[in-house]
Design a protein around this ligand. Sequence first.
Ligand code: GAR
Length: 190
Amino acid sequence: MRIVALVSGSGTTLQALLDAVAAGRIDATVVAVGADKDCHGLERAQAAGAATFVVEPAEHPDRPTWNRALQEIVAGHQPDLVLLAGFMRILDEEFVTAFAPALINTHPALLPSFPGAHGVRDALAHGVKITGATVHRVVPEVDAGQILGQVAVPVLPEDDEATLHERIKMAERELFVDVVAELCADADAQ
Ligand code: GAR
C-alpha cells in the first residue's frame, strides 16, 4: 500500500503513523507527505525518508486552481490511500472524487457533532461532558463521510481548548493508527 498523507501543523498524528509503519504495525509505505504551508509535519516526514511537497493556496489565483495543483501532485505519487492527518483545508469535490473512497480524515470531535475547523472549541462551548475523535471517509460535504472509528474522551471541568485538544490527540493517534492498519490489512487480504 502506498500512502500519501497531508498535514498542516505539528504532525504528531503523522508521527504516530510513521512510527507504526516503521514498527511493522501498518503494512504500507508512506511515499509522500504534502502540506499547504511549511510546517513541522514535513520535517517529521523527511526524517522518516518520505518525499515532501508544499502547495500553498497563496501561490495560486483561486481555490479550484490550488485544489487541482494539489490533486496532481498527490496523484503523481500513485497512492492507494490518501490520509488527511491534521490537514486544515477543505478539498473540493473534484479532489475528493479523484481519491474516494480511499481518502480518510481524522477529526477531533465525535462526528456528526461539531464538524469543521473548530471541533474542540465548539464541543467545549456547547458544554459536552464527553467528546473525542473520529476517523472517517471523506466526502464532498465537510466531515460527513462514513465513520470508520471513534474514541471517546471525557471533558474535565478545568479543560480549555488546548488541554482538551492535547488529550483528544493522544487518543486520536491510537485510533488513527488502528483504522489505517485495518484498512491496509483488509487491502492485503483482497
Ligand atoms: C488533530 O487533532 C486532527 O484531528 C485535527 O488536527 C489535529 C492535528 O494535530 N484536524 C482537524 O481539525 C481537521 N479539521 P497534529 O498536527 O499534531 O497531528
